[in-house]
Design a protein around this ligand. Structure first.
Ligand code: NAD
Ligand code: TYD
Length: 343
């Protein structure tokens, strides 16, 4: 397959490309990434260095913007792309609260541009990587299914829902063969240290206060990134055009429990936990019914939360240089401002 992956230098995109290279060494993979503060080309440098596989597959990196029509068209043409998986996005809820504009620009307009280029160039399959957050929030009971109405609460989730609706419009109007995946909270290697698990890991190692929002009782369903990547692969290969598929990890946890577990694994005291001002519009609970993906695609999460968390901690311990290197000035400026306001 000749596959365009966008956002492949981010957390999930990196893991997806590494997994696809192993699983399908005959694929030609082009990674289009803008290298924002969250993108790190070094993640996949070994693939650039030995791009050709013995099975005739290839990997190449293209520095560019999913919002750029000419750039995307040229790439689709040059590599005769058959399928697109769109991971590229502004992905952090807190940043979207600070400044929604880049989220609309990349997540909605960027997705629309990719869809349009895909349509014009006869791309055979398009996978839009979306999120459970498009469904909004749950009370103590129930789970999101694919028929749950979209009710996003943050500028981030609203922009992802906007893209989902645009995908639907391209399927209905132009007959584009596109599917949507909606996954719960990912964790694992290469996650940028603004998200809960790597941020708390970093703070704990430095014996700094761990900032838990509100009362810490907000619940997330955690999935190891490899399980999400397998889900995206299944949607790419077997998904039904026009269908959205939920993926979840069967690991619902209140934030405070997760943070305590992490501290225990790191042998650090719970006294490092500091409750800070809540995130505005903070969704209370996410939980996923992934029965459809299970029945139609054969999706099941394989990695338990305790296995995945141990593996993740090991990776961050072994890759301290990676953690140092991704903390750019832009990262520090945002963190100082955001957490300064939460005291
Ligand atoms: P990330 O922030 O780690 O990576 C995003 C990548 O997109 C970066 O490499 C960045 O450089 C690139 N990018 C941003 N704007 C771009 C543009 N205009 N053109 C080209 N590249 C651009 O994000 P992630 O956590 O890996 O998430 C990937 C996708 O999965 C996103 O679409 C996100 O909404 C979705 N998702 C994430 C989670 C999660 O828990 N992290 C859960 C469900 C869905
Ligand atoms: P996050 O990793 O930002 O993912 P999302 O908001 O997409 O679910 O946050 C996960 C949960 O952790 C969420 O309920 C917010 C909470 N949280 C904190 O309590 N403190 C923090 O510093 C961060 C970043 C998140």
């Amino acid at each position: 397959m000749r596959l365009l992956v966008t956002g492949g230098c981010g957390f999930i995109g990196t893991n997806f490309i590494l997994m696809m290279r192993e699983a399908h060494p005959d694929w030609n993979i082009v990674n289009l990434d803008l290298l924002t503060y969250a993108g790190n080309r070094l993640n996949l440098l070994p693939l650039e260095a030995s791009s050709r596989t013995a099975s005739g597959g290839d990997y190449s990196f293209a520095h560019g913007d999913i919002r750029d029509p000419e750039f995307v068209s040229a790439l689709l043409e040059e590599h005769r792309i058959e399928a697109v998986v769109n991971f590229a996005a502004e992905s952090h809820v807190d940043r979207s609260i600070n400044d929604p504009a880049p989220f609309v620009s990349t997540n909605v307009q960027g997705a629309q541009n990719l869809l349009e280029r895909a349509r014009r160039h006869g791309v055979e399959r398009f996978v839009q990587v979306s999120t459970d957050e498009v469904y909004g929030t749950l009370g103590p009971e129930g789970r999101f299914s694919e028929s749950t109405p979209l009710a996003p609460n943050s500028p981030y989730s609203a922009s992802k829902a906007g893209a989902d609706l645009m995908v639907r419009a391209y399927v209905e109007t132009y007959g584009l063969d596109a599917v949507i995946t909606r996954c719960s909270n990912n964790y694992g290697p290469y996650q940028f240290p603004e998200k809960l698990i790597p941020l708390m890991f970093l703070k704990a190692l430095r014996d700094e206060p761990l900032p838990v929002y509100g009362d810490g009782r907000n619940v997330r369903d955690w999935i190891f990134v490899d399980d999400h990547c397998r889900g995206v692969e299944l949607a790419l290969l077997k998904g039904r055009a026009g269908q959205a598929y939920n993926f979840g990890g069967n690991a619902e946890l209140p934030n405070i429990e997760l943070v305590k577990t992490l501290l225990d694994l790191l042998d650090k005291p719970h006294s490092l936990i500091t409750f800070v001002k809540d995130r505005p519009g903070h969704d209370r609970r996410y939980a996923m019914d992934y029965g459809l993906a299970s029945r139609e695609l054969g999706f099941e999460p394989r990695v338990s939360f305790s296995q995945g968390l141990t593996q993740t901690i090991e990776w961050y311990r072994d890759n301290a240089a990676w953690l140092d290197q991704v903390q750019s000035g832009a990262y520090r400026d945002f963190m100082d401002q955001w957490y300064g306001e939460r005291k």
